[in-house]
Write a protein that binds this ligand. Structure first.
Ligand code: PMP
Length: 396
């Protein structure tokens, strides 16, 4: 591949959206796409939500950026609302998911350091997880395709098979800091953890003085019908990374922690020029305002059930292509019997339907949380039309 003005790290495709409205994206020639990818679980309120647009415009005109050296009333206000709505006592704002994961890793290490146990630096993470593309995050992500050629990576990670409690517990030793885990693996193939697994990790943390660090960058922030996915499991973390939906499209992430887990993060230990920027805080508050409107999460839950039922009804009609549905709320995965990337490209190029491929030949269905029944009906029509004419490649 020849070099281009944009570093060519993404495969090219024919879709170049220039405008978005609600659940639809529009290309340069006005072609319309039903967006059931939502920027990979980012556009929680769809495209161009008036409350989000207005909040950003207003804040941009008032104060766009000020250094964290001067304190941040906007950050304090938004952090307090997150603390009031979650397990957490304190929040560090970032600009992305990977940075939120980095902060979570640093917070976990500093906790044990502050307790006089600096040797407890190793986080047990899980195969097929995805935690982002920075060096710390790829060190936590045990996938050769994301790591090859970037060595040496960060020491301090051990890897167990996902959803295998026994294997995870067997890795605990005197260097263990805790576990870093996605309650529902996204990129890895939309795999929800079992109750026993996540609850077992929590129990082990309590027994051994370890930290449970959750990566809810993709599965959090209303997507499953709960504010955060760990609520589905009756489990609370000590530290959690959030991003994607939290900004509704504005680059925003957050590392949330209990007071105890954050005890090592004192003045001077961490920072970010843009983290908690007033514009990002305005975007975050606007998304949270909508998400905390009465009935919003119940709506996600209801739409999730409808989406799931629609997919389950479709499987018998196309059982040569589709195998099973898995997920929660508006984070659903459809497992295919052949290459899901090719099918996702087919839906995109021939049927105006945007989806996302994941590992294990799964199609991820991650629409804006603001969809209604009519969008699910339209999605089902497009997906059936696409499946009816689709022929998997012989080598898929
Ligand atoms: N963690 C998880 C679970 C993710 O799904 C992602 C992004 N897909 C990340 C971390 C990294 O987020 P970002 O791309 O914003 O750095």
């Amino acid at each position: 591949m020849t070099i281009t003005a944009l570093m060519p790290v993404y495969p090219r495709c024919g879709v170049r959206p220039v405008r978005g409205e609600g659940v639809y994206l529009y290309g340069e020639d006005g072609e319309q796409y039903l967006d059931f990818a939502a920027g990979i679980a980012v556009n929680a309120l769809g495209h161009g939500h008036p409350k989000l647009v207005e909040a950003i415009a207003k804040q941009a005109a008032t104060l766009m950026h000020v250094s964290n050296l001067y304190g941040s009333p906007q950050g304090e206000h938004f952090a307090q609302r997150l603390v009031d709505s979650t397990f957490a006592d304190t929040v560090f704002f970032t600009n992305s998911g990977a940075e939120a994961v980095e902060c979570a890793i640093k917070t976990a290490r500093r906790y044990h350091f502050a307790n006089g146990n600096p040797q407890r630096h190793t986080l047990i993470t899980f195969n097929n997880a995805f935690h982002g593309r920075t060096l710390g995050a790829i060190s936590a992500t045990n996938q050769p395709k994301m790591r090859d050629g970037f060595e040496p990576l960060l020491p301090g990670f051990a890897y167990a098979p996902f959803d295998d409690l026994e294997a995870a517990l067997a890795l605990i030793d005197e260097n263990t800091a805790g576990f870093l885990v996605e309650p529902i693996q996204g990129e890895g193939g939309l795999r929800p953890a079992s109750m026993e697994f996540l609850q077992g990790l929590r129990r082990a943390c309590d027994e051994h003085g370890l930290l449970l660090v959750l990566d809810e960058v993709q599965c959090g922030y209303g997507r499953t019908g709960k504010f955060f996915a760990h609520e589905l499991y009756g489990v609370t973390p000590d530290i959690m990374a959030s991003a994607k939906g939290i900004g509704g499209g504005f680059p925003l992430g957050a590392c949330l922690a209990t007071e105890e887990a954050a005890k090592g993060m004192v003045a001077g230990t961490h920072g970010s020029t843009y983290g908690g920027n007033p514009l990002a805080m305005a975007a975050g508050e606007a998304v949270l305002d909508v998400m905390q409107e009465p009935g919003f999460l119940e709506h996600v839950e209801a739409m999730g059930q409808r989406l799931r039922a629609t997919l389950e009804q479709m499987i018998p009609n196309f059982d040569h292509l589709f195998e099973e549905v898995r997920g929660h709320g508006l984070m659903q995965g459809l497992k295919m019997k052949s290459d899901s990337r090719r099918f996702v490209a087919h839906c995109r190029d021939n049927h105006g339907l945007l989806l996302v491929a994941a590992g294990e030949n799964v199609i991820r269905i991650l629409p804006p949380l603001t969809i209604d029944e009519s969008h699910i009906t339209e999605f089902a029509t497009k997906l059936s039309d696409a499946a009816r004419v689709y022929v998997p490649a012989a080598d898929d």
